[in-house]
Ligand binder design. Structure first.
Ligand SMILES: N[C@@H](CCC[C@H](N)C(=O)O)C(=O)O
Length: 331
């Protein structure tokens, strides 16, 4: 069969977007899983952090399903939702839409460019859940906010939150950012283990100054990525709870792929909602000849590049200089 895809990224977190609104592909669950493993493989001619399947929805403008590069399905993807949001807005000629995801219907709005003329979208990150039972995280506590978890580190403090995919967050110094600690912890909690039976996205957060943080994430089902949208949203929330940042004030979140803005709203004592604002950049579109039962043997029939990456690289350079400058000053 032939499959058309759009390679896109949000903060360098890259995806293959497959449009099942305009095309009838009729994938089985096994096909989706196998396509994700084969096409996201960085050794193949494509490679990506995940696949975004865009489907018709009965109640919203569209439905998004996100599969990690290891073939597992995630309940949410913040950077991916901006890309899907752009795609659906352009498909239906709208500036505001609602996208059905696994656990919530989320608003997406086209907004002012984050830098130069870069297509920028604001996505709702919700619900925000602290219950460890639901995450799931198996320790003898109901919630975890800035506490030690001796099973994984005797020094670091961790917070756990689902938005609604699961995140484990530690606010750290620059020594931890450059050390091997995050990789070791992430591999432990994403391998066979009792603490996180479904795995967890692990972020190390370094406060730069009030209103700006740096976040690096090891993603469940992928490994280290340039950025993880839900992780940056969850990390912004945790820094507000720890009074390192402020609710209702936009936070600049730097990452290895660029930067986004997050705005955390406190709607009740334990009730929060987050806005994630950042780029949705198209790299190329392509048609593939593929046998879904043997997807690793796919052939690229054609490939048309978009001319958006050059401008994105300028944002990336600006973000890199800001982070390096600020971190050097703080040392
Ligand atoms: N990169 C995404 C999150 C993708 C899913 C995650 N790896 C999981 O398994 O929960 C984002 O931008 O939020």
């Amino acid at each position: 069969m032939q499959i058309s895809l759009t390679k896109c990224h949000g903060s360098g977190n890259d995806f293959l977007l497959i449009d099942e609104i305009s095309n009838n592909y009729f994938f089985t669950e096994e096909d989706r899983q196998n396509l994700s493993i084969a096409l996201c493989d960085r050794q193949s001619k494509i490679g990506a952090d995940g696949i975004l399947f865009v489907l018709k929805s009965e109640k919203c403008d569209a439905r998004m399903r996100v599969f990690n590069s290891d073939g597992s399905e995630a309940s949410m993807c913040g950077n991916g939702l901006r890309c899907v949001g752009r795609f659906v807005c352009e498909l239906f000629n709208k500036e505001e839409i609602v996208v059905e995801t696994m656990k919530a219907d989320l608003a997406v709005t086209k907004t002012n460019p984050i830098f130069a003329e870069i297509p920028t979208f604001n996505v709702e990150i919700s619900p925000v859940l602290f219950s460890l039972e639901k995450l799931p995280m198996n320790i003898d506590k109901n919630i975890l906010i800035n506490e030690k978890v001796p099973e994984i580190s005797d020094r670091l403090l961790f917070s756990a939150v689902a938005v609604p995919n699961p995140h484990l967050i530690s606010v750290v110094g620059i020594e931890q950012i450059v050390s091997n600690e995050q990789k070791c912890i992430s591999e432990t909690v994403n391998g066979p283990n009792n603490l996180f039976p479904d795995g967890v996205n692990v972020s190390f957060v370094h406060p730069i100054d009030k209103g700006s943080i740096y976040v690096r994430t090891f993603e469940r089902g992928v490994g280290f990525t340039n950025a993880c949208g839900t992780a940056m949203s969850a990390s912004s929330l945790i820094t507000c709870l720890l009074e390192l940042n402020e609710f209702e004030n936009e936070i600049e979140v730097y990452n290895n792929g660029g930067k986004v803005h997050c705005l955390v709203h406190k709607e009740g004592e334990t009730d929060f909602q987050i806005e994630l604002i950042g780029n949705a950049t198209y790299l190329y579109k392509s048609d593939l000849e593929i046998d879904v039962k043997k997807p690793e043997d796919f052939l690229i029939i054609n490939k048309t590049e978009y001319q958006e990456e050059l401008q994105y690289k300028e944002l990336q350079q600006h973000a890199k200089e800001m982070v390096e400058g600020k971190i050097l000053l703080s040392r």
